[in-house]
Write a protein that binds this ligand. Structure first.
Ligand SMILES: [Zn+2]
Length: 64
């Protein structure tokens, strides 16, 4: 191997589409496809959307 700087490609091999990353996941609580993980909790099958998280929090607060 000869010492030398290999051609470094600065351009990304992939091109982002749209604004940010739009990842779709299914909430394990309401089983609805969500595109935003804001306010979500958990992971995998226990992942809950912000709506379910709020509902769980309200339920928890109610049961004290
Ligand atoms: Zn949900």
């Amino acid at each position: 191997m000869s010492s030398g700087i290999n051609s470094q490609h600065t351009d990304a091999p992939w091109k982002p589409r749209g604004l940010g990353h739009s990842v779709t996941w299914r909430c394990g609580g309401c089983h609805q496809n969500r595109t935003s993980t804001a306010g979500s909790k958990g992971a995998g099958v226990k992942k809950r959307c912000s709506t379910c998280v709020a509902a769980a929090e309200a339920k928890k607060a109610g049961m004290g």
